[in-house]
Design a protein around this ligand. Structure first.
Ligand code: C2E
Ligand code: MG
Ligand code: MG
Length: 568
């Protein structure tokens, strides 16, 4: 890793000589100026002032006889300076006897009078080389923002420690800042950076007590590898208190996931995946900050590994099954079937029918969702064509589009092809995008959604009320339908406030001139209240559970017998 920029013709390094002795200054300038640019100042105060203006020096040569301050005090002060404090110092020793003290104070080396040209040049060259190498090493191992290790170096270091410990009993700890992107958005990136640095400082303070090493990864996650701690309550309480006193009213929530007594035969990456799993388990759970990886989580991990292993076969063997849940327009005198939502299930040979909440979030984490969703959408497009051919009706079906799908370069083309291949109009497929996706990387989402709308697809904002859209944002977001999350419907029956909230959302939808779908309507009472409130569309067990294709066909035929209104 040795880089000798010093000798490059285009780049001459600069040395600062700090001495009031003209004879010293002249002699050193003569010796060094063949290789270096030289500046001179006469005392400590002037040197410090120079460093407040520039960082351009590769080396200081310091006369220990300073006219204005004690040279050791100067070294201490200089070392504590941010950014420049690591620039090396070579001391000019007039007398013998204080070499050790000088080196201990922080000088990298010393030179003596009478000056010997070759020795001085060689020492300056060597000290500069060492400092360049050191800073390169530091850069390669450190996370620039926090000064903790970076991920690659951290894992390498963990492996080395593990090899050298005789009977390792160690823990893996993951600390995450909840909704960090919101902290950045609400209070600015600069504040976000301060939060990360403060947390890194707090972690550094724990180092000695826990015999730990730490790194930052994925922007707002911190990994700590430490000696086994029997109790984390107090450690985490201190951390939380520290962050609280720093952030004041800007609430910062920490989540801590811990995998204790890591399996020494396993891989460090797996230990931290496990700690992270524990950490993710308390996402949005404001009742606790700490979560341990335990046997339940272990079983869940094994289960998830099986799901990941089996998904490809499941798609090939038609075990991924699309259910359809009817949607009813309730604006007229009688409720009228106006569409359906496609909801996926997995008929697993070992686990039976698996609900999507069990595997969608998992596949969103590892990207398999792209394949799964593409499969579901293709089935749906084909089915809409079949219904049109069989019953001569057009039933628009909405499909769920994961926030991960938004990053798929082929998303728009894929939908276009699906529609064309089945001879459908884009308005026959509605795309449900969950509200929280709008907050993530809104530029990307907005451009994708705008493109899809231009093609004629309708966008339904799913789970409305669970994301973080501000009212202000809503007025500019591209959307055609709002789907009110079913929690609102649950709360509607609980108290007056709940009912009022639903009215408010309906007002918002009217203001935006888009229809509102109420999800999860289960009872006659909920249905009639929503009808009175002029809600447009209802989806829920009150009308029908999600149905298999065969059951939906029966449902459809029954509806068609009752009404002939859906002809295309
Ligand atoms: P979602 O898109 O909000 O779908 C509505 C969920 O509410 C469905 O759960 C549905 O079965 C359920 N539901 C409908 N009516 C009622 C009711 O009256 N009461 C109650 N308690 N629940 C009702 P499901 O099918 O388990 O799906 C859960 C979530 O999984 C969906 O929420 C959606 O986010 C996701 N999902 C389902 N299928 C797919 C898919 O093909 N692709 C993707 N990316 N996500 C999917
Ligand atoms: Mg949905
Ligand atoms: Mg929903």
């Amino acid at each position: 890793m040795s880089v000798t920029i010093r000798h490059s013709a285009e780049f001459k390094r600069r040395i600062l000589i700090i001495s009031s002795n003209q004879e010293n200054r002249d002699a050193l300038t003569r010796i060094l100026s063949c290789e270096y640019d030289i500046d001179c100042v006469s005392g400590g105060a002037e040197a410090l002032k120079r460093y407040s203006e520039t960082t351009a020096y590769a080396l200081n040569i310091l006369d220990l006889d300073l006219p204005d301050m004690n040279a050791y005090a100067f070294i201490g002060k200089f070392r504590s300076l941010e950014r420049v404090g690591r620039i090396p110092i070579i001391a000019i020793m007039a007398r013998t006897g204080s070499e050790a003290r000088t080196l201990r104070a922080g000088a990298a080396d010393f030179i003596r009078k009478p000056f010997q040209e070759e020795v001085i040049l060689a020492r300056c060259d060597r000290i500069i080389d060492l400092s360049v190498d050191q800073s390169l090493i530091r850069r390669a191992q450190d996370d620039e923002l926090t000064g903790l290790y970076n991920r690659e170096f951290f894992f390498e270091y963990v492996r080395q420690i593990e090899q050298n410990l005789e009977n390792p009993v160690q823990d893996a700890v993951v600390i995450n800042i909840e909704h960090f992107h919101l902290v950045n958005e609400l209070y600015g990136r600069q504040f976000g950076d301060q939060v990360l640095r403060r947390l890194a400082d707090a972690i550094r303070k724990m180092k000695a007590q826990m015999e730990s090493i730490a790194c930052r990864t994925d922007a707002d996650s911190f990994y700590i590898y430490c000696k086994h701690q029997p109790d984390y309550e107090e450690i985490v309480r201190d951390l939380v208190r520290d962050m609280g006193s720093f952030s004041g009213s800007k609430h910062i929530r920490l989540r801590v996931g811990i995998y204790q007594n890591v399996d020494p035969m396993g891989e460090p990456e797996v230990w931290f995946d496990r700690a992270k799993k524990a950490c993710d388990l308390i996402r949005e759970d404001y009742t606790r900050n700490i979560s341990y990886y335990d046997s339940k989580l272990y079983e869940r991990t094994i289960y998830e590994e099986k799901l990941i292993r089996d998904i490809h076969d499941a798609i090939n063997e038609n075990r991924i099954i699309v259910y359809y849940q009817p949607k009813f327009d309730i604006t007229g005198e009688n409720p009228r079937l106006c569409g359906a939502e496609a909801l996926v299930r997995w008929a697993h040979p070992e686990f039976g029918i698996i609900a999507p909440d069990d595997f969608i979030p998992l596949f969103e984490k590892n990207g398999l969702i792209l394949k799964l969703d593409r499969f579901v959408w293709t089935q749906v497009a084909r089915q809409v064509r079949i219904w049109r051919e069989t019953y001569n009706i057009s039933i628009p079906v909405s499909v769920n589009v994961s926030h991960i799908d938004i990053y798929d370069e082929n998303l728009v083309d894929g939908f276009r092809t699906m529609i064309e291949e089945n001879g459908l109009e884009p308005s026959m497929m509605h795309l449900e995008i969950t509200e929280s996706a709008y907050a993530e990387d809104s530029d990307r989402l907005l451009s994708v959604v705008n493109e899809l709308r231009q093609l004629g697809f309708l966008i339904e904002m799913d789970d409305f009320g669970t994301g973080y859209s501000s009212l202000n944002m809503l007025s500019v977001l591209p959307l055609d339908v709002i789907k009110l999350d079913r929690e609102f419907i649950r709360n509607m029956g609980r108290n007056e406030k709940g009912a009022r909230m639903v009215e408010l959302v309906l007002d918002v939808a009217r203001f935006l001139k888009v229809p509102c779908i109420a999800e999860g309507v289960e009872s006659e009472e909920e249905y009639s209240v929503l009808r009175k409130m002029n809600c447009d569309i209802i989806q829920g067990y009150y009308f029908s559970h999600p149905l298999t294709l065969a059951a939906f066909d029966c449902f459809l035929e029954k509806e068609l017998r009752c009404s002939k209104r859906y002809t295309s």
